[in-house]
Design a protein around this ligand. Structure first.
Ligand code: FNR
Length: 390
C-alpha cells in the first residue's frame, strides 16, 4: 500500500489494474473476449446465490480495537503440515488459457512468488508437469473432478502423486454443471473449445479408452470429441456416494480435502469418513442457484467440526475485510477465484499477482487498523452480527 502511494505521488506511476474489487470486474470486461468474461463472471440461474455470497459478508461487521501494539503483523498459517506466508489460496479454476495466453502457468508462477498455494484444476489448460514446474519448490495442490471411471481416477492420482503434489482437493458439488444462462446463451464452455485439457488428454488410461471408442484416434486428432468424452467422465451427472471415497483413499495417501460442503451434517460426515479438511463453498454461486450464502453456513460448520478437521472457506471473498471476517468466523484459510482471474485476463501473470498482492496488503492493513496482530488472534470477539432489516 505504501509502495503504491509513494510510486504514484513521487513518480506518477499508477497501478496498471484498479485496486477496487468492483471496478476490477468491469476493467476485465473491457479487455476480455465476451464469452470468456461471461464464463468467469456468471453464476447459476439468476445469480441469487452470487448475491447471497456478498450479502452474507455485509451482515458481519468488524469492531476495531485501538491503541494495541500490533506491528509487524503475522499472517502465517500452517495447513496440512506446511507453513504459508498468508491464509490466502488460489481457488482451482479451469480453462485459464481462454482468459489469457499466460494461462494457468502464469497464475501458478504469480502464486509461487507470493507463497500462495495454487490449486491446479482438473480442467487446467496446462499439463501436470508444466504446473509442477511453475510452482517450483512450493507445495503443490491438485483439485479433482472425480471421473466415474475408477481406472482413469487411479491413473490421474498416480500421475499427480508422481509429480510431487501434496494435497488433494476433491470437488463434490459439481457432479454436473448447473444451469448457467450466460454460457448456455452462447453455448460456451472453455474446455470444449478444442484447446484440450492438460490432465485428461495426457492421461494414458484416458488415451487408451478414447482410442478404443474412436477408431484409434488420439485426443490431438479429434480434440472436440475427446473433450466431450473427458467432460462426460469428469461430470458424470451422478452425485458422489460417500462409499466411493474409498477409491480415492486407496490411491491417495496424503491429505484429502472435500470442496463444496455447505451443510453441517455433511461436514460431520466428512470427518466421519476420515478426510483431512473441507472447503465450505458453494462454488462461487455457480452451482445451486437460490442456495444460502456460503459465509452464512461457516459458523455452524465450524461449531460442528472446527476442532476435528481443517475448515477452509470460499465464495465471495473480494477484500481484506472479507478474509478477516471468514478467519474470525473460524476458517483456517480462504480461497479466491474470480478476482484473480480478472487480473489474469487484464494483464496475465502480472495482473494475477497484482490482485493477490493487493488482497494480502488489504488484509494486513485491516488487521492493523482493527488492532489484531496475528491471524491466530482472529476470533468472533472482533465481529458483531448486524442486520439493518429492510
Ligand atoms: C471455478 N471454480 C472451480 N472449482 C473447482 O473445484 N474446479 C474448477 O475447475 C473450477 N473452475 C472454475 C472456473 C471459474 C471461471 C470460476 C469463477 C470458478 C470454483 C472456484 O474454485 C471457487 O470455488 C469460486 O470461484 C469461489 O468463489 P469466488 O471467489 O469466485 O467468489
Amino acid at each position: 500500500q505504501n509502495e503504491i502511494y509513494t510510486r504514484g505521488m513521487v513518480h506518477g506511476i499508477l497501478p496498471p489494474l484498479t485496486t477496487d474489487p468492483n471496478k476490477l470486474r468491469l476493467q476485465a470486461k473491457k479487455v476480455m473476449r465476451e464469452e470468456a468474461y461471461n464464463y468467469i463472471a456468471g453464476g447459476a440461474g439468476e445469480g441469487a446465490t452470487m448475491d447471497a455470497n456478498r450479502l452474507a459478508f455485509r451482515q458481519w461487521k468488524i469492531v476495531p480495537r485501538m491503541m494495541r501494539p500490533n506491528a509487524p503483523r503475522d499472517l502465517k498459517v500452517t495447513l496440512f503440515g506446511e507453513q504459508y506466508d498468508s491464509p490466502v489460496l488460489m481457488a482451482p479454476v479451469g480453462g485459464q488459457e481462454v482468459y489469457h495466453k499466460e494461462k494457468d502457468i502464469g497464475t501458478a508462477a504469480a502464486c509461487a512468488e507470493l507463497n500462495v498455494p495454487f490449486i491446479m484444476s482438473t480442467l487446467a489448460t496446462s499439463s501436470i508437469p508444466e504446473i509442477a514446474a511453475a510452482t517450483g519448490a512450493h507445495p503443490r495442490w491438485f483439485q479433482l473432478y472425480w471421473p466415474g471411471d475408477d481406472e482413469i481416477t487411479a491413473s490421474i492420482l498416480q500421475t499427480v502423486k508422481a509429480a510431487g503434489f501434496a494435497v488433494l482437493v476433491v470437488t463434490v458439488d459439481t457432479a454436473r454443471m448447473a444451469w448457467r444462462p450466460a454460457d448456455l446463451d452462447t453455448a460456451f464452455v472453455p474446455f470444449v473449445t478444442g484447446l484440450g485439457n492438460g490432465v485428461g488428454f495426457d492421461d494414458p488410461v484416458f488415451r487408451r479408452k478414447f482410442a478404443a471408442r474412436s477408431d484409434g484416434a488420439t485426443p490431438e486428432d479429434a480434440p472436440v470429441q475427446a473433450a466431450g468424452y473427458w467432460l462426460a467422465e469428469a461430470f458424470t451427472g451422478d452425485s458422489y456416494p460417500w462409499e466411493r471415497l474409498e477409491v480415492i483413499k486407496r490411491h491417495w495417501d496424503g491429505p484429502i480435502v472435500l470442496k463444496g460442503i455447505q451443510h453441517p451434517d455433511d461436514a460431520v460426515l466428512a470427518v466421519r469418513h476420515g478426510v483431512s479438511g473441507i472447503v465450505v463453498s458453494n462454488h462461487g454461486g455457480r452451482q445451486v442457484d437460490g442456495a444460502v450464502g456460503s459465509l452464512d453456513m461457516l459458523p455452524e460448520i465450524v461449531e460442528a467440526v472446527g476442532d476435528k478437521t481443517t475448515v477452509l472457506f470460499d465464495s465471495g471473498i473480494r477484500t481484506g475485510a472479507d478474509i478477516f471476517k471468514a478467519l474470525a468466523l473460524g476458517a483456517k484459510g480462504v480461497l479466491v477465484g474470480r478476482p484473480v482471474m480478472y487480473g489474469l485476463g487484464i494483464a496475465g501473470k502480472a495482473g494475477a499477482k497484482h490482485v493477490l498482492a493487493s488482497l494480502l496488503a488489504d488484509l494486513d492493513g485491516t488487521m492493523g487498523l482493527a488492532g489484531v496482530k496475528s491471524v491466530a488472534d482472529l476470533s468472533q470477539a472482533s465481529l458483531r452480527r448486524v442486520s439493518y432489516g429492510g
